[in-house]
Design a protein around this ligand. Structure first.
Ligand SMILES: Nc1ncnc2c1ncn2[C@@H]1O[C@H](COP(=O)(O)OP(=O)(O)OP(=O)(O)O)[C@@H](O)[C@H]1O
Length: 293
C-alpha cells in the first residue's frame, strides 16, 4: 500500500453520493521501465460519472498512470498490480482483448489533438471510420452520428466541419474534434492528459467546461491529468495528488483543498491565486464547492 492520505469522502465527493460505485479500481499498480521504478503502488478508485483530477509535478507518473489504464504503456514496461474495470482485470490483458476495450470502452485525449487525428483524412472520414469499425454502423448512419457528435462538442457548422481536414481548424476546435472522436463509441471512461496545456488561455476554459458537461450529461467517468492544480480546483469532483510514482493524497476537491494533509498538497495549494481558492470553495462555506463550472 502507498502512504496515500485517502479520505472517507473519496468516492462521495460532493455529498451527492456515488451510488453506482467505482468505474475503475486500481490497487498496488506498479510499473517499471528497464528495471527503473516509475509507478510504485498506485491505489485509486475512480467514481463513476465523476471527474477525478490527477495532479502532481512533472515526472511524478501522471501520464504513465493514464497510459497504463488504457494499456498504452511502453513495450519495455513491466506492469504488476490490478486495474479492475467493470469486473475485468486489465493488467495482463492480452493484446487481442484490448481491441474491445481501448477506443470503445476506455478512450483517451492528449495534449496535442493532432496526435489522435490523421492529417490527410477528412474529419468526417475519421469520425465515421472509427464508428463503422467499432460499432459496425452503415456509412449514412455513421455520418449522421458524426455530425451530432461534432454538435455535442461545440464545433460550429458540424456538417461543413465533416468535409474539412485537421489543418483547417484552430487548436481549440481540434481538441473538441479529438474529444468527439474519443467519445464516438460511448466509452465509460475518458482519460484526458493535459487536454488544455497547449491551448490559449482563452479557449482552455471552454474545453474544460466541455469535459465537465460530458461527465454530467453522459455519466462519463473522466480522469483529468494536469500539472495545473488551479484547473482541478475549479473543475474536479475529486483530486488525487501524485508524487514519485505514488498517490500521496486523494479525496473530494473540497476536502483536499480546504484541509490538505500532505505537505506537498499544501505547497500546491499555497501556490494558487486567491480567486482560484475562492472558486474551489476553499474560502467559503462547504456548499460553495458544489458548483463545478
Ligand atoms: N517511454 C519511456 N521510457 C522510459 N521512461 C519513461 C518513458 N516515459 C516516461 N518515462 C519516465 O517515467 C516517469 C514518469 O513520467 P510521466 O510522463 O508519467 O510523468 P508526468 O507526471 O506525466 O510528468 P509530465 O507532467 O512532465 O508529463 C518519468 O521519470 C519519465 O522520465
Amino acid at each position: 500500500m502507498s502512504d496515500v492520505a485517502s479520505r472517507s469522502g473519496a468516492g462521495d465527493s460532493s455529498g451527492r453520493g456515488t451510488p453506482q460505485g467505482a468505474a475503475v479500481t486500481v490497487a498496488g499498480l506498479r510499473l517499471t521501465i528497464d528495471g527503473k521504478p516509475i509507478l510504485n503502488g498506485i491505489d485509486l478508485e475512480l467514481p463513476r460519472g465523476k471527474v477525478t483530477g490527477l495532479a502532481g509535478e512533472s515526472g511524478s507518473g501522471k501520464t504513465m498512470t493514464g497510459m497504463t489504464l488504457i494499456g498504452l504503456q511502453p513495450d519495455n514496461a513491466v506492469v504488476t498490480g490490478s486495474v479492475l474495470f467493470d469486473g475485468r482485470e486489465l493488467v495482463g490483458l492480452p493484446a487481442r482483448e484490448w481491441g474491445s476495450v481501448r477506443g470503445t470502452r476506455i478512450a483517451m485525449v492528449f495534449q496535442d489533438p493532432t496526435a489522435s487525428l490523421h492529417p490527410m483524412l477528412s474529419i468526417g472520414r475519421q469520425l465515421t471510420d472509427h464508428q463503422r469499425h467499432h460499432l459496425g454502423l452503415p456509412k449514412r448512419e455513421a455520418l449522421a452520428r458524426a455530425e451530432s457528435l461534432l454538435e455535442r462538442v461545440g464545433v460550429p457548422d458540424p456538417a461543413g466541419a465533416l468535409k474539412k481536414y485537421p489543418h483547417e481548424f484552430s487548436g481549440g476546435q481540434l481538441q473538441r474534434i479529438a474529444i468527439a472522436s474519443a467519445i464516438a463509441c460511448d466509452p465509460e471512461l475518458l482519460i484526458a492528459d493535459e487536454p488544455t496545456t497547449a491551448l490559449d488561455v482563452t479557449v482552455q476554459a471552454g474545453i474544460l467546461a466541455l469535459l465537465r458537461s460530458l461527465c454530467d450529461d453522459l455519466g462519463l467517468t473522466v480522469v483529468l491529468i494536469t500539472h495545473d492544480f488551479g484547473v482541478l480546483s475549479s473543475l474536479a469532483d475529486e483530486i488525487a495528488v501524485m508524487r514519485g510514482g505514488v498517490i500521496v493524497e486523494h479525496g473530494s476537491r473540497y476536502d483536499v483543498i480546504r484541509q490538505p494533509t500532505h505537505p506537498y498538497t499544501r505547497e500546491l495549494i499555497e501556490s494558487l491565486p486567491m480567486h482560484e481558492l475562492a472558486e474551489a470553495g476553499a474560502l467559503g462555506a462547504p456548499g460553495a464547492s458544489e458548483g463545478t463550472e
